[in-house]
Write a protein that binds this ligand. Structure first.
Ligand SMILES: C[S@@+](CC[C@H](N)C(=O)[O-])C[C@H]1O[C@@H](n2cnc3c(N)ncnc32)[C@H](O)[C@@H]1O
Length: 389
């Protein structure tokens, strides 16, 4: 199948767009596809033909770090065009995803309360504080972020996120946006043949895009999923119930949960760590160590660290830090991960940092094996960080 034709899978919580709303969303996706396919390649050409020779001439040495590239590249007109269009596409994407949610909000809240019969659960904690690293910015330009509630029992941020992720990834995360979870599963199947976790925890689950994949892969397992944002969890719970998946969602901070010591075989997170502060990442990894059973494993999926990357690639991957309201992105890509695991109690010999193929075959065929920063246009790979206890 041509990825450009892939549409998002329907479920009861996804608002049905009108003709015009869908046209607007499809424009947002095509606009991004155009940027990725037609404009992004020119950024490297500009770098190789114009910018890199200028850096070498001006500084007397070839660029090694992203910081060597940045002052020169940000002045390049082709880069500036790509960057401005990409930022614009991000804003168009959120706005296009919001329209049907705004129109159908009452219906969405009503549908979120229908008991789907899958026997999952939802436990909210209104006293839980949303960490400042999430409340202080509209993360990745998402208006109101994950946590803002405008009506009672709000699910809007979840509904907007569900649709926006599909547009953002241009379908490359699959019809249910589950690519990260499925890629972790495929990697685990290869690395730990026969692994059958009895208890799984998904940290920072959002609307459960990856969580549902774990519940499908290991139907006998108890699947717990936590997030700090109640609108995401309400939506996640209703989505899972409508899909017939038994998942236990609870509102908790991954830095310190109410689960017992040594109680999980598998702890996972997907694209959580880069959105949290340095201190929080340390707390989360230490919490994973507390919660894992001996022999258990934690796997965190992210985009790859800058260390060892070509200066240009690291510069491009860093785009989100300053252009997409991701204030912790840069630092999260510069952490000494081995040290972090050791400081949290893990045996450094049992720590791993690996690239795992995207689970979607079509995506693999179409995407290069280089992680293309900024616009999700390259890749076909996820960076996995973790350790066994
Ligand atoms: C990018 S989304 C995760 C996407 C999701 N894991 C997936 O696979 O589709 C990040 C989520 O982490 C949540 N989050 C951020 N910091 C958290 C924390 N300290 N504890 C729990 N959840 C957190 C946010 O509310 C948000 O829903």
């Amino acid at each position: 199948m041509d990825m450009n034709e892939l549409e998002q899978g329907r479920h009861d919580m996804l608002p049905k767009p009108t003709h015009d709303e869908l046209a607007r969303q499809q424009f947002a996706r095509s606009f991004k596809e155009h940027i990725v396919a037609k404009i992004h390649p020119g950024v490297r050409v500009a770098y190789e033909k114009r910018v890199e020779p200028e850096i070498t001439k001006t500084t007397g040495k070839a660029p090694v770090l992203r910081t060597d590239v940045e002052p020169f590249m940000t002045k390049d007109p082709h880069y500036q065009m790509w960057s401005a269009l990409l930022r614009t596409s991000q804003e168009i994407m959120w706005s296009a995803a919001q329209k049907p949610v705004e129109r159908d909000l009452e219906g969405l809240v009503r549908r979120s309360k229908v008991n789907g019969g899958a026997k999952g659960s939802l436990t909210l904690d209104p006293s839980l504080a949303v960490p400042r690293y999430l409340s202080a910015v509209d993360i990745h330009c998402q208006p109101g972020g994950y946590h803002t509630e405008v009506v009672s029992d709000d699910v809007a941020p979840g509904a907007v996120y569900d649709r926006a992720v599909f547009i953002y990834a241009m379908g490359q995360m699959g019809p249910d946006n589950s690519d990260i979870g499925r890629s972790i599963i495929e990697w685990l199947k290869e690395r730990r043949p026969g692994f059958e976790p009895a208890r799984i925890l998904d940290m920072g689950c959002s609307v459960g895009h990856s969580t549902v994949a774990y519940a499908e892969q290991w139907p006998q397992a108890e699947v717990q999923a936590i997030d700090v944002a109640s609108p995401m969890l309400r939506y996640a719970h209703a989505r899972a119930e409508s899909m017939g998946k038994e998942i236990h969602y609870s509102q908790q901070n991954a830095e310190g949960t109410n689960f017992e010591d040594n109680s999980f075989d598998l702890i996972v997170s997907s694209i959580l760590l880069h959105e949290t502060s340095q201190k929080s990442i340390k707390n989360i990894i230490a919490e994973c160590h507390r919660l894992l059973k001996p022999g258990g494993i934690m796997v965190h999926a992210e985009t790859p660290p800058y260390a060892g990357m070509e200066a240009f690639d690291a510069f491009m991957l860093d785009w989100d830090t300053v252009n997409n309201n991701e204030p912790f992105w840069r630092r999260s890509h510069e952490i000494d991960l081995k040290q972090l695991a050791a400081d949290s109690g893990f045996d450094p010999d049992k720590e791993f940092e690996e690239m795992a193929s995207s689970a979607f075959q079509v995506a693999k065929a179409k995407r290069s094996n280089k992680f293309q920063g900024g616009d999700f246009g390259g890749g076909g790979f996820w960076f996995l960080y973790g350790a066994e206890k």
